[in-house]
Design a protein around this ligand. Structure first.
Ligand SMILES: Cc1cc2nc3c(=O)[nH]c(=O)nc-3n(C[C@H](O)[C@H](O)[C@H](O)COP(=O)(O)O)c2cc1C
Length: 395
């Protein structure tokens, strides 16, 4: 082999120095990148509150590993254009995606729920405000906002919440049913996390390297459960024990069906049996979910329930799934197995922690780009082309 001395004219085109991208949001190509950026922005105890699951975190890991069982069977030489558009509860959505309810969102970033709602509206997908939110339902703006409800012992107060959601124009009510008691989040106990965060020695040390986060926390409106704790005086321990009703039953679902009157979604279904009961109680949709592995540990991975539940009640209600959705390919898989849409929790919180509303927008954009690319590679031009001919779970 003969060699030669490289000439400047050959080298020059290869040497085009570009300033490194310092903005972590722009630099992110995957949700994993946004997650890494998020971990650098917030105190460890806050990141762990988002990231952690219950007990041994077996459900948390299974949620994710179920997606590794997905196998696509692509159709080639399909041609044509791809559209990720669909309908969710009869309303148009830019992709089969809903942003899930997450409590205490302003702890992750001072702009909190309004930033998430802004990004969701821009992207054309629904966003669900949590009962445990740090923004009141009346203060949130967006085109397709859902309200997540925990039923309270005081049914009068529950009715008031429903009326407030209706008055503020929320388009769906999401009843979360996997929370008769709070899950055992071991990371939070070990980290001594309190809501709102308190300035103990441990938290101060933990937060010392994140002065920007503390600055925002201390110079913006104090954190509180804005929907029900106007003056921030409620002790967090009271919420789980005194206010949530452990005796919510299927009769309450029928009651809500009547009281609310609009689209009703039951979130936290973990069996075919209960999906059928939800249909009988008049729900318009179910979310197959184990609360992102934060409640009962060792429940089934929601992705694995999609096809059996679709076979059972797919013609009676819409089926959504959440837990471990981290790529657009995951969304394609869930839809192919029979889900109408996926919910995401942590993925948009990574974006929020990394860069506020821009970060949430980036998280959604990454998922959309990945979904589109997967659809092209699988040979599905529309969401309805994703089916069990093209997606299966390996044994
Ligand atoms: C920090 C955090 C707070 C949450 N708070 C609520 C809540 O208030 N109500 C609720 O129904 N689900 C809540 N969830 C569960 C999410 O709605 C969703 O089911 C879960 O995050 C989906 O899993 P993923 O995070 O892997 O996407 C929360 C999840 C996280 C990560």
């Amino acid at each position: 082999m003969s060699r030669r001395v490289p000439r400047w004219r050959d080298l020059r085109p290869l040497l085009q120095p570009r300033a490194p991208e310092l903005d972590p949001v722009k630099r992110a190509h995957t949700l994993r990148d946004l997650r890494a950026a998020a971990a650098k922005r917030v105190p460890r105890s806050v990141f762990d509150y988002v990231e952690g699951g219950a007990d041994d975190e077996i459900s948390l890991r299974r949620n994710r590993s179920a997606f590794e069982r997905v196998e696509f069977s692509p159709r080639v030489l399909v041609g044509g254009e791809v559209s990720t558009g669909t309908t969710i509860l009869g309303r148009p959505a830019a992709l089969p995606l809903v942003l899930a309810p997450t409590g205490y969102t302003r702890m992750m970033h001072h702009l909190g729920e309004p930033a998430v709602a802004g990004a969701a509206t821009q992207a054309g997908v629904p966003y669900t405000l949590s009962t445990m939110g740090t923004t009141a339902p009346e203060d949130l703006k967006g085109t397709d906002l859902w309200f997540q409800l925990y039923v309270w012992r005081d049914r009068g107060f529950t009715t008031d919440l429903i009326e407030r959601a209706r008055g503020a124009g929320y388009t769906a009510l999401v009843l979360t049913v996997d929370t008769p008691v709070p899950g055992n989040r071991v990371r939070d106990v070990r980290n001594g996390l309190t809501l709102p965060p308190r300035l103990g020695i441990k938290t101060l040390l933990d937060g010392a390297s994140k002065p920007r986060w503390w600055w925002h926390l201390l110079t913006t409106e104090p954190l509180r459960f804005a929907t029900f704790d106007g003056d921030g005086s409620l002790a967090p321990s009271d919420i789980g024990t005194k206010m949530f009703d452990r005796n919510v039953t299927w009769a309450d679902v029928s009651w809500l069906r009547e009281t609310w009157g609009g689209p009703l979604v039951v979130k936290g279904i973990q069996s075919r049996h209960d999906a059928k009961r939800a249909a009988e109680a008049g729900a318009d949709a179910v979310v197959l979910s184990n609360h992102g592995g934060r409640q009962l540990d060792r429940g089934p991975a929601p992705l694995e329930l999609v096809a059996p539940v679709a076979d059972e009640v797919g013609d009676r209600l819409e089926i959504y799934v959440d837990g471990g959705v981290r790529t657009g390919g995951d969304i394609a898989a869930a839809v192919g197995l029979g889900a109408k849409a996926c919910l995401i929790g942590r993925p948009y919180l990574y974006g929020l922690m990394a860069g506020g509303e821009r970060g949430v927008a980036r998280a959604i954009a990454i998922l959309r780009e990945e979904l589109e690319r997967t659809m092209r590679l699988v040979g599905a031009n529309s969401i309805t082309d994703l089916d069990r001919e093209k997606v299966r779970l390996r044994a």
